[in-house]
Design a binder for this molecule. Structure first.
Ligand code: GLU
Length: 279
């Protein structure tokens, strides 16, 4: 059993991250497995090494330990480029120059991952790609490449449930997602994430419910790439007193701030309802 905690160093860790990390390590311990730490820093516009250092400090403070060396995605860009090239070789990608404003103006509807791209550039070939273009995955072409869609097992909420990935969900809720970002040329989170889950032989993906709605797409990507699908366990999100989800954008208090105020890891455990002794 191998699981992982895969934060993006785009802000300080907060209580939600502490909940996730403690859950990951507790499950690994229960199954006599291994919990890996992976730094998902492919977004070069937002990832900062100071936040990465903060991740090590905060987890260490919580008493969590992980095998080294830690996989830092920005050190492995060639692997993601090769995965992208394998999709390209099968004619599943196209370049896209649409701005967010153009996509909005085209009447795009919201889906599981923001706006569902209306397919304006879908007829373009990769030979027409210009510097600064995004690269999108043609979902319909991908569907033609595989027969029966996979199902995956979700064991969150104390139940084991098998979910079938559906064509309708992929077409109506995902659309043609960006796998390589416009302007920065950064590899998108999904591709790097499923690439590494496969490479690191992750058997159980334990993470917050906020990523639940994107899981069928990640499973589709695994199927396209011929990678194994791990089991998933999406845990509930820590909420604040108003029942609002804690997230970096909510300017939730950083764990390091609690630490400098003299709050102990045990206090943190009590605040999020996960006794630290459960590790
Ligand atoms: N890096 C992602 C995040 O910080 C998590 C990825 C995952 O657990 O699959 O939101």
């Amino acid at each position: 059993m191998i699981t992982r905690f895969a934060p993006s160093p785009t802000g300080p860790l907060h209580l939600g991250h502490a909940y996730s990390a403690l859950t990951v390590w507790a499950i690994a311990k229960k199954h006599d497995g291994t919990a890996l730490l992976r730094i998902e820093d492919t977004d070069s516009t937002r990832a900062r090494s100071a936040f990465e250092i903060g991740i090590y400090d905060d987890l260490d403070w919580l008493g969590l330990h992980w095998p080294t060396p830690v996989r830092r995605q920005s050190d492995h860009l060639a692997g993601y480029a090769a995965a992208l090239e394998s999709l390209n070789a099968r004619g599943l990608l196209y370049p896209c120059s649409c701005s967010r404003r153009e996509i909005l103006a085209s009447g795009a509807t919201p889906g599981a991952e923001g706006l569902v791209y209306p397919g304006t550039c879908r007829q373009r070939s990769m030979a027409t790609a210009k510097p600064g273009d995004a690269i999108r995955l043609n979902i319909a072409a991908g569907l033609d490449h595989i027969g029966q869609l996979r199902s995956f097992v979700e064991c969150g909420a104390g139940k084991v449930v098998e979910h079938q990935v559906s064509t309708k969900f992929l077409l109506d809720q995902i659309g043609d997602p960006v796998l390589k970002r416009k302007d920065s040329g950064d590899i998108a989170y999904h591709l790097a994430c499923v690439h590494d889950d496969a490479l690191q032989n992750i058997t159980h993906v334990v993470r917050g419910m906020d990523l639940w709605s994107l899981t069928p797409f990640q499973v589709f990507l695994q199927q396209l790439m011929g990678w194994k699908t791990p089991q998933y366990r999406h845990h509930a999100l820590v909420t604040d007193a108003d029942g609002k989800r804690l997230a970096k954008i909510d300017r939730s208090k950083a764990l390091s701030k609690y630490r400098t105020e003299g709050i102990s890891p045990d206090d943190i455990g009590a605040m999020i309802g996960l006794p630290i002794s459960s590790r």
